[in-house]
Design a protein around this ligand. Structure first.
Ligand SMILES: CC(C)(COP(=O)(O)OP(=O)(O)OC[C@H]1O[C@@H](n2cnc3c(N)ncnc32)[C@H](O)[C@@H]1OP(=O)(O)O)[C@@H](O)C(=O)NCCC(=O)NCCS
Length: 163
């Protein structure tokens, strides 16, 4: 497995991984897959703002990615970031999620970010377990703030104070 900074050419693979989770799971509350144009714009914006994104490659195939961006767009939240980590369904439980989080936390430390937030759409035991293993702690639950697959869904907020 290789973990490296994401490049523009990785965007189609990253989009496919995310869209798969959108269509087949409750991990995110988007209802329809993103277009490639949308993901290219998203990636360009992350790059332009100086936020990090990483991919995990196995035998040349992009099998997962991680990234973070602003938590909320007010000045006072400038040192708080919210991240995403997605691993392709065929490559889970092999350490990729943990490996993708390491450089993200390192980048946050280097940038001087203070808090990293995981907003976890429930149910998602793998994500809760991954974040707990990395020192994230539960700080809040928001009942029924999301709607997907014909039911109201709860959001779990976990955070880690980085520095
Ligand atoms: C959450 C996710 C990123 C984890 O990635 P992964 O590569 O499977 O995780 P890892 O193999 O690195 O596991 C790291 C740790 O997380 C925990 N974990 C991961 N998957 C787990 C599962 N299915 N059940 C219990 N614990 C799990 C374990 O503590 C594990 O450590 P261990 O293997 O030493 O026991 C992956 O399941 C995923 O992409 N899910 C869909 C998208 C998603 O939910 N993203 C997060 C949105 S908040």
């Amino acid at each position: 497995m290789t973990i490296r900074p994401a490049r523009e050419s990785d965007v189609p693979a990253m989009a496919e991984i995310l869209n798969n989770a959108i269509v087949h799971s409750l991990a995110t509350w988007m209802h329809k897959p993103f277009s490639l144009e949308n993901r290219r714009a998203w990636f360009g914006e992350r790059q332009a703002q100086g936020f990090p994104s990483f991919v995990a490659e196995i035998d040349g195939v992009v099998a997962g990615y991680s990234s973070y961006g602003p938590f909320r767009a007010y000045d006072g939240y400038a040192r708080t970031v919210e991240h995403s980590v997605y691993v392709h369904a065929d490559f889970r439980r092999r350490g990729l999620g943990r490996a993708l989080m390491a450089p993200l936390l390192e980048a946050a430390r280097a940038r001087g970010d203070h808090v990293m937030v995981a907003a976890i759409a429930l149910p998602n035991e793998p994500s809760i377990a991954l974040h707990a293993a990395l020192g994230f702690v539960e700080v809040g639950r928001m009942p029924e703030v999301g709607w997907k697959f014909d039911a109201w869904r709860d959001l779990l907020l976990m955070q880690k104070i980085i520095a």
